[in-house]
Design a protein around this ligand. Structure first.
Ligand code: G6P
Length: 373
């Protein structure tokens, strides 16, 4: 097993460190002459299954659900098709309005999650075309799908999803760009800009990891200081919101610290009552069109004496006056920021859990894939 961990103490940290490589594999060969290529969808295109799409439903659970939430922002932005992301366990029982004009995207790294399978089977019965996003070749979801987009992330042994999250988000971005392109919604020069920014993401994640592995980095010592708190809050806006949800989920799954993610603007409508000096807050404040709004939400919290940790974009000096600790990530387009902002949050959750002596590769009560409803 030591050999399988490749010199790392745990699979999770190995897999976090494999993210640049996983992402590179997901992106390789997709862009040519300023165009995005997804040959996996050609059959669906030829069969006319993508011509009349009026609406998209993304169906997923857990971390894959958060990837699906990010996809909503990307697909709506690029393809201007309304997207609803729904947790699979609810989807099945909400008498969903689906038909041939509703494209269903199933996101499941294992391809075996029962809730997702059951929901997608039902959507198919109503005539909905299905695209599966999964890491596992020939998994059950692939047999329910008209097309499969594989993550190619390599095996993920740690129960909590890390590299499969990053790869799922990347594949969903490509799907969004593809739909935007095929509907003529993205100008060629815009497409070049998106593809160029996407191409840089693996190296940018590598930089975050190199920084975290270097002497004097703040994440591990910060995690040790936070290891005895009872509760933490995560806030973000726009794509920072699902990033906050995923940051909170990683922390609770792996360290058993109570953690919740909120849309930053929603906090004041109730949950701010939970904040006190013993409840640290993580704010996702990377460069975005809602940056000022997030900062003002952070200020509201600071007024309650909470310890403030912020994920910010390199070069943002302004944030120093609003934060006790800052995790910097490289600059990218706003829409791609979750891929970078998630990485320090994964590392933070991991180091907190290690400091608490938790079983980071196999947290209690969790399974890698839940094959019962
Ligand atoms: C389980 C795992 C989660 C995972 C979820 C969905 O609950 O513990 O980490 O996100 O299943 O898994 P899937 O394979 O469908 O992406």
């Amino acid at each position: 097993e030591a050999a399988e961990k490749g010199g790392y103490p745990h699979f999770v940290i190995k897999e976090i460190n494999e993210q640049p490589e996983a992402l590179r594999r997901a992106l390789t060969g997709r862009s040519r002459d300023g165009q995005l290529h997804l040959p996996e969808l050609e059959r669906m295109e030829h069969a006319g299954l993508l011509n009349n799409i009026q609406r998209i439903l993304v169906v997923a659970c857990g971390t894959s659900y958060h990837a699906g939430m990010i996809a909503k922002y990307a697909i709506e932005k690029w393809a201007r098709i309304p997207v609803e992301t729904i947790t699979a366990a609810e989807f099945r029982y909400c008498d969903p309005i689906v038909g041939p004009e509703t494209l269903c995207i199933a996101v499941t790294q294992s391809g075996e999650t029962a809730d997702t399978l059951v929901g997608i089977r039902q959507a198919r019965e109503h005539g909905a075309p299905v695209i599966a996003v999964t890491n596992i070749v020939s998994s059950a979801i692939t047999r329910l799908a008209d097309a499969v987009l594989y993550l190619q992330a390599g095996p993920e042994i740690g129960v909590v999803a890390t590299k499969t999250f990053v790869s799922s988000v990347a594949v969903l971005y490509m799907l969004g760009l593809y739909l935007g392109q095929s509907r003529g919604r993205i100008q060629p020069e815009q497409m070049r800009e998106f593809l160029a920014a996407m191409d840089q993401l693996p190296d940018q994640i590598q930089r975050i990891l190199d920084q975290a592995n270097s002497e004097g980095d703040i994440i591990e010592p910060l995690a040790k200081r936070m290891a005895s708190v009872n509760s933490m809050m995560f806030i973000g806006r726009g794509v920072g919101y699902p990033t906050a949800l995923e940051g909170a989920l990683k922390l609770k799954e792996i360290s058993y610290i109570h953690a919740e993610g909120f849309p930053a603007g929603e906090l004041k409508h109730g949950s701010i009552a939970l904040l006190d000096p013993e409840t640290p807050l993580v704010g996702i404040a990377t460069a975005s069109h809602v940056y000022e709004k997030v900062v003002s939400n952070i200020q509201e919290v600071r007024a309650r004496d909470a310890h403030i940790i912020v994920v910010a974009t390199e070069g943002d000096e302004n944030i120093r006056q609003h934060a006790d600790d800052i995790m910097y990530v490289p600059d990218t387009l706003e829409i791609f920021s979750p891929l970078l902002a998630s990485v320090p949050l994964q590392l933070f959750a991991y180091h907190v859990a290690v400091a608490r002596g938790c079983n980071v590769d196999q947290p209690r009560n969790l399974a890698k894939s839940v094959t019962v409803e």
